[in-house]
Write a protein that binds this ligand. Structure first.
Ligand code: TYM
Length: 329
């Protein structure tokens, strides 16, 4: 029997944080055993906010190298750049015609992002429809993402069902696959908001490629509270976030981490969290340095991935075009 499909994508819109790593990227490699995995660099999503073209090009290849450094095997999985597979844009057009503007206006990420723009362009509003197309093109069963993407996956299910009802069964209706721990890593400076690479305060996030000393310094400065005891509780969001980070890197339950630090102060907790992060990221950083310089190999990976993705995507798109009534010769 064919393996079920797992699809996920990441935007090359900046350096990735340990939020991206724990919520998504670090879980991708293990899925390769049991699923046909498809991982994409979402450069078409990235241009919904203004990018410097040279930076976008560089970060796109950075991200391909990072996927490989995190254990994605480009022969076994499909690894490619979104803009190199035209079916993503083509399906988006068709799905735009069955997506209501009201529903797009209600997307919380759209509301947050549009507040930060002087002028809101149509691409930002339609961003989720492109995401829906990414997922539906490959008859995806599971989408491994962090909690912040849940609403977009629900929209994907809605649109898949709407199309299937209107025209006849065409798309697999996918499910979200969020990790038990690490699905929502919070800012180190304000644990009420998620950790994000676009935060103006550099101490709020840790980048996957941060040097060990930078990681130690940022964790030392992390906001805690005045309780003075380590509990895994919503009342202590800063400490809870540190325990989430620690237990995700150590691959243990947060309750077990809480017990480990039962008699520890915040200083000791922070030191241990910092060492867990440094140790967890070091193999990724080493591998990344090894492969990032090999431009030819990265290019080969992208071409190979895009060819295979195009083959799969074109099958779905053909079906869609036939069902909506486009002439095909
Ligand atoms: P992006 O690039 O913002 O983030 C990539 C992945 O990282 C997760 N993530 C987090 N997880 C835990 N804690 C955090 N603080 C945190 N910050 C980010 C995100 O949930 C995501 O899984 N729209 C998507 C990219 C995309 C996509 C897709 C994803 C495009 N097409 C199709 C899935 C399927 C995005 O902007 O992710």
């Amino acid at each position: 029997m064919d393996k079920k499909v797992v699809f996920s994508a990441i935007q090359p819109s900046g350096s990735l944080t340990i939020g991206n790593y724990l919520g998504a990227l670090s879980n991708f490699a293990d899925l390769q055993k049991d699923y046909q995995c498809i991982y994409c660099v979402a450069d078409m999503h990235a241009i919904t906010v203004q990018q410097k073209p040279a930076d976008l090009r560089r970060r796109t290849l950075d991200l391909i190298a990072l996927y490989v450094a995190c254990g994605i095997d480009p022969e076994e999985s499909l690894l490619y750049i979104q803009s190199q597979v035209p079916e993503h844009a083509e399906l988006t057009w068709v799905l735009n015609t069955i997506t209501s503007i009201g529903q797009l206006n209600r997307m919380t990420q759209f509301k947050d992002k549009s507040k930060k723009q002087k002028e809101v362009y149509a691409g930002l509003l339609n961003y989720p429809v492109l995401m829906v197309s990414d997922i539906l093109l490959y008859q995806t069963s599971y989408v491994p993402v962090g909690e912040d993407q849940r609403q977009h996956i629900e929209l994907t299910r809605d649109i898949a069902e709407r199309f299937n009802t209107r025209y006849s069964p065409t798309f697999t209706v996918p499910e979200i696959m969020a990790p038990k721990v690490g699905a929502r890593i919070m800012s180190l400076q304000n644990p009420a908001v998620k950790m994000s690479k676009s935060d103006a305060d550099e101490n709020a996030f840790i980048l996957i490629l941060d040097e060990p000393d930078v990681i130690r310094r940022k964790i030392k400065r992390a906001v805690t509270d005045s309780v003075g005891e380590v509990h895994y509780s919503d009342e202590q969001p800063g400490v809870k976030n540190l325990l989430d980070i620690y237990s995700s890197f150590k691959k243990i339950d947060p309750d077990e981490a809480e017990r480990e630090f039962a008699s520890a102060g915040y200083g000791e907790l922070k030191e241990c969290v910092a060492e867990a992060v440094v140790e967890g990221l070091s193999p990724v950083q080493e591998k990344y340095k090894e492969i990032r310089g090999d431009k030819k190999e990265l290019e080969r990976i992208c071409r190979h991935g895009a060819e295979r993705a195009h083959y799969m995507a074109s099958k779905t798109l053909k079906k869609v075009y036939r069902k909506v009534g486009f002439v095909q010769f």
